[in-house]
Design a protein around this ligand. Structure first.
Ligand SMILES: [Fe+2]
Ligand SMILES: [Fe+2]
Length: 310
């Protein structure tokens, strides 16, 4: 069996507290946390300084209400992505359990699946009900495609080695800057689990079974990962664009620079390349490096790319 049909149900309803199952789920998932995950109306989960928006003249010119709305919109994109990544973890681990060739591997993925269900329960209270069936951005679509189409050995590399390795840096930044103590605690606990998920991927990584079609699909996926990072924080730019009512090219460039493009994007691309450059993948990654996939797009090109694709 090379694959099984999987439908990653990103838009499946999720009642959370309104579900009759909630007490059972919460009973299992809250044990590890000191605080109950709960947002408050005034929550600014990450500040303008965390984003780098305090460096932007465009942001500084906005009135307080617009600034507040802009930060909320940016923060919502972060939580939307985290929610759907954890939600995708359910389909991912279910597939990996069913396709495991040994009981040990099946056990491992069942345990990781329980972690992902727990992470989802911690994040869900902070998600606007409308957002729970509305994934945003290209990355979540790509992740779903990979979970549905790739064989387990490819998924170990693409999801656990690369994405969960990437997630360690991402969740650390989220935890360090988060202003809600319960959510900060949840991100720190998620970080511990993700380190184990990534480590198990590094242990199971093995390219010896890949055929040439696998290599073609892998190379294409690596390019798509890198291309998303090369253009900077597009999701945050899109949120600001919508909230502020349409950014000009110069405003887009100015805000992209404030958010850290290209320097922060360069740091992320180096991290991504190092995660990808695992045994058996060196020559593929070196070719992509030579082709410029780990070099950020110049600011003007990144802004142009966003405006052409918005
Ligand atoms: Fe997770
Ligand atoms: Fe994970």
């Amino acid at each position: 069996m090379s694959n099984i049909p999987v439908n990653n149900k990103l838009t499946a309803p999720h009642a959370g507290k309104e579900s009759s199952l909630h007490p059972l789920i919460a009973g299992k998932t809250r044990r590890r946390l000191q605080y109950e995950p709960s947002p408050s109306e005034q929550d600014i989960l990450w500040t303008a300084e965390w984003w780098g928006l305090h460096r932007s003249a465009v942001f500084a010119k906005l009135d307080t209400a617009k600034q507040h709305a802009a930060i909320l919109a940016c923060n919502r994109t972060l939580m939307n992505e985290a929610y759907f990544i954890e939600k995708s973890g359910l389909a991912y681990t279910a597939k990996m359990v069913l396709m495991a060739e040994s009981t040990d591997v099946a056990q491992l993925y069942a345990l990781i699946g329980a972690d992902e269900a727990t992470h989802l329960a911690w994040i869900e209270p902070f998600i606007d009900p409308v957002d729970k069936t509305h994934p945003r951005g290209q990355f979540l679509i790509l992740l779903s495609e990979l979970i549905e189409e790739c064989n387990p050995q490819m998924l170990v590399y693409l999801v656990q080695v690369i994405l969960e390795g990437w997630g360690l840096n991402h969740y650390r930044l989220l935890a360090e800057g988060c202003q809600n103590p319960a959510l900060t605690e949840a991100f720190r606990a998620i970080l511990k689990d993700e380190a184990l998920h990534h480590h198990s991927g590094v242990m199971l990584h093995d390219t010896s079974t890949f055929c040439s079609a696998d290599h073609t699909l892998l190379t294409d996926s690596l390019k798509r990962y890198a291309e998303m990072v090369r253009v900077g924080s597009i999701a945050a730019i899109a949120a600001l664009d919508q909230t502020l009512g349409g950014l000009s090219i110069s405003d887009t460039e100015e805000i992209m620079a404030a958010l850290g493009h290209p320097n922060e994007s360069a740091r992320k691309l180096t991290l991504l390349r190092d995660l990808m450059r695992k045994p058996g993948m060196e020559s593929t990654v070196d070719k992509l490096t030579e082709a410029g996939y780990f070099t950020p797009l110049p600011l003007a090109e990144a802004a142009q790319f966003y405006l052409e694709n918005r």
